[in-house]
Each structure stands twice: as structure tokens, then as C-alpha cells.
Ligand binder design. Sequence first.
Ligand code: AMP
Length: 260
Amino acid sequence: MTSAVADVHVEAKGSLQVKPGPILLMGAPGVGKGTQAKELVAKWGIPQISTGDLLRYNRDHGTPLGLKAKAIMAEGHLVPDELVNAMVAERLKQPDTANGYILDGFPRTLGQAKWLDEHIGAGPDGPGRKGGGGALPVIAVSITVGYNELLRRITGRRICPVCGTIYNIYLQPPKVDEKCDLDGTPLVRRSDDTEEVFRERMRTYESQTAPVVEHYRALGRFEEVDGAQAVSAVAAGVEAAVERLRSSGTKAAGTETKTK
Ligand code: AMP
């Protein structure tokens, strides 16, 4: 199936006073969505659903979806909404989404956002009732980082192909050059983590995804977190934002708080 990806079962380490429900983790390429999503997974035991990871899995396994997505991803452009939406719909049917999930890198266009709002009932008319998430409304946390810092993060990013641990040769280098601290596997670089493709991904982000951030800001249930801090500080900011947004219930449209 298109969304088949090796599921990693993670025991929750933390306690959240409220059910996490559906959480959107938003931000430009390189802000640390994947890293922060993994922190939330470890803390709350809900799955991370990364459309980038699902698409890479399909691309690397040569599925029909992967064959369609390959060239588009290599250029830093977006895979068409209908393909990505269908992949997410399939993933949301899985029972591990019942108490909540983290959407990482989705929605990335207003078309995807409208589809999601309708699909899980996340819009202003009411909390989600389809597709898991514990019938709670979507909350959105946007991580912000400046352009030059993003470029450094993207070009320095290295990933362990076995366990998925993410490193950065400038900011969080492995103990031994280019080898994973956990299993010693040689680290790899994502093929789209070059400066040229980064610039194109940023153009795509500004034109197509920045309006999605504004969409959720206007709906309320939205916070921004400064991503230019240590990973643990960003994680604390994201977790605090989620706890506040969940415990404050549905806020009036247009209200927001900012964690800086
Ligand atoms: P990411 O790992 O989130 O940076 O995604 C890598 C690439 O996958 C992007 O540059 C896009 O080509 C594609 N992609 C990921 N998520 C989406 C999405 N929600 N909509 C369209 N394309 C996506």
C-alpha cells in the first residue's frame, strides 16, 4: 500500500494531562519538524505521520506513487494534492491514530488544508470525527527559523539510514565523523538537501505553504515557537504550546499566542 512504512512502536515517556489529538507541525524546510515530531512521539506515544517520509518510502520502493513523485521531489516541487491526500487518508485509517497523531509536512498547500479540514472535520464548524485523532480539533504549531540558519541546517543534515537518527555536521555532529552514534552505520545525505534544491523548496514554501500557516493562524488553535534554540528548548516550547492549546479548548478564530 502507498503509505506502508515500517512502524516503530514507541513507549510514551511523558504524561500529557489532556489527549494530544491531531497536531500539525508546520515550518519551512529545515526548521526541525522531523526532530521535534520524534520528541513528541517519544513523549506521548502517538505516531508521527511525515508525508516526506511516506513519499521517500514509496520512491525508494518504486511503487506507482513513488514513480510519479520521484522527479517532482528531486526538483524541490510539491507532489500533487490528490496523491498526497489519498496517501494521508490511508494512513489515518490505521488504529494507532485513535488518540492523536503528529502531521509533519502536511498540509503544505491550501488545497491540502481544505481537504484535511473537511476530512477530519477540523474547520471552524467542529472537531474531527473521521480519521482518528480522538474527535479533537486540529491544533497547529509553527516552528520559525531564519533563512541563513535554515540553509546551514539543510546542507549540514545527515541521517542514519538504519535507525533514522538525524544529525547535523555543524550543530549536532556524530561522535565519529559521518557515523551513527547508536549503530555505527555510515550516515547519508538526503538527495534534496543541496543548496540549489533548498532554494527551490524555499520558493515553494513561500508561495504555497506560508498561506497554509496563515490559514491555521486565522482559525485559532495556533502557536508559533522560535526554532533557533537548542533542540531541547524547542521541544519544551512545542510541548508547552500543545498543552496550552489542548487545555484551553477551542479558542475564538483569530486569537493566537506566541512562544518566543
Ligand atoms: P520533506 O521531507 O517534508 O521536506 O518533504 C520532501 C519532499 O517531499 C518535498 O520537497 C516534496 O517534494 C514532497 N512532499 C512532502 N510532503 C508533501 C506534501 N504535503 N505535499 C506535496 N509534496 C510533499
